[in-house]
Structures are given as C-alpha cells and as structure tokens.
Ligand binder design. Sequence first.
Ligand code: HAM
Length: 416
Amino acid sequence: MAGQKIQAPKGVSEYMPPRSDVFEFVREALIDPARRAGYSLMELPVFEDTELFTRGVGASTDVVSKEMYTFTDRGDRSITLRPEGTAGVMRAVIEHGLDRGALPIKVWYSGAFFRAERPQAGRYRQFYQVGIEAIGLDDPAIDAEVIAIADAGFRAIGLTKFRLDLTSLGDSQSRAAHRVDLLKFIATLDLDEATAARASINPLRLFDDKREEMKNAMAKAPLLMDYLSDASRAHFEQVKKYLNVLGISYVLNPRMVRGLDYYTGTTFEFVHELLGAQSGIGGGGRYDGLMQELGGQELSGIGFGLGIDRAVLAAEAEGVISNELFVSDLLIIPLGELAKERALVIAAGLRADNKTVEIAFGDRALKGAMKAADKSGARYVVVLGDSEIASGHVELKEMNTGATASVRIDSLINEL
Ligand code: HAM
C-alpha cells in the first residue's frame, strides 16, 4: 500500500552510523591476524545447493534440521542461504581443484550467514562472521596457530573478559569406541521421539541438549575424552603444549560438542563473560572427514568462525572501543565559491596523505557552519575565506581544547 512503511525482516542485524563504524573496526580487527599469517581471501556465494549443508553440516544438527533458509529457485533447484562457511569453502576447494595444488590451503572469509533461529540479544537470523580455514595439514602446531589467530583478533579489539574452552573429539577410531558405550548409556535413558532420532544419527548431539533434565541425564554419560586413541591423544597433547608456549590459557571442556557435525579432534569455543545466554563469540575445530564426505580427497582441515555481531556486543559490554577512533582529522568550512574550490583541492591532497577530511558544503553562514563543526566531532576545524586564501594561512582550531594556531595551508599535513 502506498505510503506504508516497510520494516526489516524479523531478527536480522543491521548497523547504522555511528555503530557501523564499530562493526567495521571489529571486523577488520578479526581479519587482520589471519592476513598476517598468510591467509588469503575466498569470496563465495551466500546461497548454495541445499545438499552441501545436509551432507556437510549434518542432518542431526539444529542448524540443518530446523534453521535453514531453503527455497526452490526458478530452475526447480533446492537452494539454501549459507548457515555457515566451512562447507562452502570445501565445495569451492574441490570444485576449483585447489586440493591438487600446494598445501595447506589457507583462506579467510567474512560476510553474512543465515539461520532461522528464535531471535534474541546476540542471536540473529542474518548475522556476520569472520572465518578462516587451513586445509591439508595434520600438524598440531597449526591447530594452535588457528586458535592464536582468533585470540589475537579478539585482543586487537581490546577484549579481555573471555575464555577459551578446549576439547578433542578424537579421530574415527576414538569416536567408534566411545559410540558403543555412549549408545549403551543412552539406551538406559527415557528419550522422546525427536531426541531419540537425533541420537541415532549422532549420539554426541545429546551433550548439546540445553534442557535441564537432559543435562542431568547426561551428567554420567561416558566422555569421548576418555576414549581418545593414542594418535588423537598425542595430537591433543601437542596442541596444549603449543598453546602453553604461546601463553594462551584454556579451560578443558570434555562435554563440548558444538552445533555442527563435522568436527573431529581439536575443537574449541571462545566464550565471553558479559554476554549472557549467547556468549559464544567464536568457535571452530578440526574436520578431518569433511572433504571426503563432500566428494574430495582425504584431506584434513581446521578453522574457526568468529561472530562479528557478538564481538561488537562484547566490545560494548567491556567499553573498550573509543569513539575517538572514528572522528575525522579535519573539517574545512569554506566561505564562498573560491573557498569551496580550494577546499576541494586541499581535502583531496590531505586524503591522499591518509588523513580523514570533511568539507562543510552548503553555503552556510559561518555561525551555522561552526555549529556543524561542533557536531561533526572532527579533531580540527579550519575556516577558509577570501582572506585566508589571500594570506595562505588558516587558523587551525583544535576542537577538544579550543586552542588555535595560525598554520600555512600547504603545511596543514604536518600539523594534523
Ligand atoms: P558456529 O559456532 O556455528 O561455527 O558459528 C561461529 C560463531 O558465529 C559463533 O561462535 C557465534 O559467535 C556466531 N553465530 C552463530 N550463530 C549466530 C547467530 N544466529 N547470531 C549471531 N551470531 C551467531 C561455524 O559456523 C563454523 N563454520 C566455524 C568453523 C570454521 N569451524 C571450522 N571452520
């Protein structure tokens, strides 16, 4: 109907200025350590063949069974908006034959992901992640490096009130041994139909059940950690050793199984203290059978996904990001036509020198322009009129202190 307002779909996260500056800062802080460790960007579609996720992420998971945005496209194909990034990376690696090139393949990605969850603080239907994947290397040192990259990202934001939960979900031999005893144990429980069905696909899922009665029932369940094969145990010991060397502390959490079915071996989650129910700010682990499951070679892999939205909430809760980071260096207020021309040129030069410069356009009177200067939050302000142009000097005003200094226009860059 004409004139009626349209609202965003329920549960999506959106960022408007000035908060979008914080979002961008957080995203860049999370990506930067990956770039510095030699990871390259992989840019992938946000929709994929549905089967990629049912096979890759696992039919017993909430993500696949309840939360996918799946639709039939005009060519009668079943399409799903990506609920996570790892399966898509594997699909692309296989499709483009990267697995036949130099190993490991190290990539990062960042973008929107979609899960039809019940919206609440920190849980959205469209949300944002920064992720990395390192494929084709079974060395425990890369497990520690991947964890260290996530840790460095969170610390670059300024976060300190978080912990790292760590476990090993073992190799197939470990899991097969554990599964026998776990199924025996589960058979003694009185499960409803849906839970029993989930358990029959992946009994580990029951460790992830948030219901109080299920948590109590699972308290005595056998733990995978006690069934690790010698190889898995040795790998995990090495990971812990490297984390100690890096000074990254962790809490062993043998009941952690994560929400996606592909994990094997080293598995981890970063949990923030101030975020309440949705406290997982990032997580990841090894997925040694995934590539093969999706029709590729038998290559191991490890990676993480960090929640940008939750990292923003965590930064706000800790109060660690100063608005000072996002203000412009200089606001130029031109008075008159000639000044406007000069302002355009001066600003272009300073921007080329990496300064953030705004011009107050709009032929306002000086008084109105000064009000705008106060509001803009710029660090410095100059007024540019005919006399300034004639003399080649401006009064550079520092907005915080009110202090002014006469500065040559062509040496503004040195003063900023
Ligand atoms: P995930 O644990 O499902 O892992 O998601 C990673 C992070 O994304 C979570 O820790 C959380 O911060 C954020 N997140 C997840 N769902 C939501 C939501 N509905 N709203 C807001 N934030 C959310 C993965 O997605 C794996 N692909 C990570 C990975 C990569 N494992 C290996 N490689």
